[in-house]
Design a protein around this ligand. Structure first.
Ligand code: FUB
Ligand code: ZN
Length: 687
């Protein structure tokens, strides 16, 4: 691993996004999602599944207060398991002392405060900050003296804390809390939540580790690994890096902690357990991480782990760990990635399926998993700027991540299918997990707040920096400030991505400054040209791993013009993917397209693309800019046919060529589907 290539995300304060496309998304989150989510966290939204999140913090804070007031006479509740998801018997009258919701319900707050932090970093808002500060006061009031902070156990009985790391998410809650706390601290300079997160992390750092007598466990749902690195980077405290590394090194080692834990739990409950029930691959604990070369198990857990592995590999220079990340990345790309940038082929365990099993209508493709894939690939880019990682990051962001949220920011997808027939979703129990329209909220609300934190921080996926290089991974209009050893520059980008491949970069600088500007050459671009006009001669150009490096002395008025051709691409899947054989899908730039009933009528399976007319470079497809979705989008108009239904309704007849009539097939960006009511959708079409 070449240390010199490492980079870190540019601070949000140093980036000013003015991009037509991303600015709209960011404003949606700021104006719609963040306030809406706060209402949901407080169970004030009719027709949306209650969160119970702030209710739980209130209940835990009350317990803590009572403990303080009553001192020695306080009797802590004894652990009562009320289910992985505990709901009130009478939803109208929840009991104020009870814990409700999923065991990880605290993370609804943590993700919200993280998005708030990112938003405040670029858009100060005194009222929002006040609400956030009050929420933080409540959360901190729920923290125990020893630093422990998970309302599920605080309320249900601390005697069982740390007895089910595999399923009960205490370390997941730590991870999200740390991520939220760092974001809020970096935005506001207020460290109350950061101190709480550190105390909770310290609680684990004191109890977990290789030393004798310490717990040998690790997270059942990963995220603490990358969050602890973030805490380490924010505080400089070595113990957080050590703990993250410990979790990574320990996962999947023999004896398997989760199996031992399960036996211990059974013994504690007076039960006899013959064989453990847990599936270690689901938790990526089936073998040590450096030996893992296939992405398996719960998809969100997996990519969160890989992100943590990449972080740790970067921080420690661990080559074997990086190699494992690289193998896992390749495995995802070569065998397990939907063309929409989604991952997770099966709803069974919300998991990766076996190689090349990528069903379209029953896809799971959880929004959080695509977000996790962006986490992982951005971290791989931080180790090594290689456009293969950037391509996948971009594919996930522009397609499945954005599809997770309606264009008005008011409803969300958890599952992101590539083919939908509403009647099938309603009547086929195998598709119970697939919703043909976005939902206002979810009892298990992991995805919407994850979108909020992703979109508000998207600029940190566009730009990373090392001491001497500013990397551009995604193109979005705006400005970024970069300080090199010899001075600072402001780099301005003008781009109409994802609809147009021309990118114009200009430099502002008070004096000439030497440094390197690196630009990603997207894998989708047919051809690319770059022209730098610099006042000072001698700019060096180098192409490496799909990045263009321009090294020189930059001064006011210098500019770079990048041109990426953006052909319409008609793609076929590897024939090993049974579901897609004989079908084609369309992409243009980073955007994947789909056909919707609103444009093409129902029974989309009757459509067939005229591949010959489309042509090798997609020249037979018309690209039409339209305003249909409240912002400019490019639609594709594809030559094709529609099969004519026979008059006879009987099932079978002698085989004969299908009667077809010529038609055009209108495709819209996948992220924009399901914004025009109920209807069919399909990414893959017969071709
Ligand atoms: O377990 C926490 C979150 O809930 C997971 O990341 C999601 O897949 C959902 O199961
Ligand atoms: Zn989710």
């Amino acid at each position: 691993m070449n240390q010199k290539q490492h980079s870190a995300p540019v601070a949000l304060r140093s980036i000013h996004v003015t991009d037509e496309f991303w600015q709209r998304e960011m404003e949606l989150v700021r104006k719609e999602v963040i306030p809406y989510q706060w209402e949901v966290l407080n169970d004030r939204v009719k027709d949306a599944a209650p969160s119970w999140c702030m209710h739980n913090f209130r209940a835990a804070a009350k317990l803590m207060r009572e403990k303080k007031d009553k001192g020695a006479t306080f009797v802590a509740p004894t652990y009562t398991f009320r289910g992985f998801e505990a709901l009130p018997e009478d939803p109208e009258h929840p009991e104020e002392d009870r814990f409700y919701g999923f065991v990880f319900q605290d993370t609804d707050f943590s993700k919200w405060i993280e998005a708030v932090g990112y938003s405040l970093a670029v858009h100060p808002d005194a009222e929002l900050e006040k609400t956030a500060d009050e929420a933080i006061d409540l959360v901190c009031a729920a923290q125990m003296e020893n630093g422990y902070l998970d309302t599920y156990y605080i309320i249900n009985g601390m005697d069982a804390a740390l007895t089910n790391l595999r399923d009960n998410h205490e370390l997941y809650c730590l991870g999200h809390l740390a991520e939220g706390a760092v974001a809020y601290y970096q935005a506001t300079g207020k460290d109350k939540l950061l101190r709480a997160a550190c105390r909770y992390a310290d609680f684990f750092a004191e109890r977990f580790g290789p030393e004798e007598g310490k717990c040998k466990g690790y997270p059942g749902h990963e995220i603490a690994e990358m969050a602890l690195i973030r805490l380490y980077e924010a505080t400089g405290e070595q113990r957080y890096l050590d703990l993250s590394r410990y979790f990574i090194d320990q996962r999947g080692q023999e004896p398997n902690y989760f199996i031992e834990e399960e036996f211990a739990r059974a013994a504690r409950e007076g039960k006899t357990l013959r064989a453990p029930k847990g599936n270690m691959a689901y938790h990526q604990a089936h073998k040590p991480v450096r030996e893992q070369d296939e992405a398996v198990g719960h998809a969100v857990r997996a990519v969160y782990l890989y992100a943590g592995m990449a972080d740790t590999a970067r921080m420690t220079g661990d080559e074997r760990l990086f190699d494992a990340c690289e193998k896992l990345f390749n495995n995802i790309v070569n065998q397990k990635l939907y063309i929409t940038g989604g991952i997770g082929g099966t709803h069974m365990g919300e998991s990766f399926s076996y190689p090349y099993d990528l069903p379209n209508d029953s896809a799971y493709s959880e929004t959080c998993a695509a977000i996790g894939l962006a986490f992982f690939t951005r971290r791989m880019l931080q180790i090594k700027a290689d456009s293969r990682y950037g391509d996948v990051m971009e594919q996930a962001l522009y397609n499945t991540v954005l599809a997770g949220m309606a264009l008005d920011g008011k409803s969300f997808f958890y599952v992101n299918p590539l083919s939908v027939v509403p009647e099938a979703c309603a009547k086929d129990e195998r598709l119970q997990h697939v919703k043909p329209v976005r939902q206002k909220w979810f009892g298990c609300a992991c995805c919407p707040p994850n979108i909020a934190r992703m979109v508000t921080s998207v600029a940190q996926y566009a730009y990373t920096e090392s001491e001497d290089t500013l990397y551009t991974h995604l193109y979005m209009s705006g400005e970024v400030d970069k300080r090199f050893a010899g001075g600072a520059i402001r780099m301005k980008t003008a781009s109409r991505m994802p609809w147009d491949g021309h990118v114009s970069v200009s430099i502002e600088a008070q004096k000439p400054v030497s440094g390197t500007l690196a630009f990603r050459i997207p894998g989708w671009s047919g051809a690319c040209s770059a022209k730098a006009s610099c006042a000072q001669e001698g700019t060096q150009t180098e192409m490496r791993d799909g990045y263009l490096y321009l090294t020189g002395t930059w001064q006011e008025g210098d500019g770079i013009e990048l041109d990426f051709t953006m052909p319409v691409r008609m793609l076929a899947a590897n024939p090993r993917v049974r579901e897609d054989l004989g079908k084609v899908a369309f992409t243009r730039g980073p955007v994947t397209y789909c056909a919707e009933e609103a444009d093409n009528g129902d029974m989309l399976h009757l459509l067939r693309v005229d591949a010959a007319k489309v042509g090798r470079d997609g020249e037979g497809v018309a690209v039409e800019m339209e305003e249909k979705f409240g912002h400019p989008t490019a639609a594709l108009v594809v030559p094709g046919y529609r099969a004519v239904l026979p008059e006879a309704e009987g099932l079978y007849a002698a085989a004969a060529p299908l009667e077809e009539r010529e038609t055009t097939i209108r495709l819209i960006p996948y992220y924009a589907w399901a914004n025009r009511g109920l209807g069919e959708m399909s990414v893959w079409l017969r071709g």
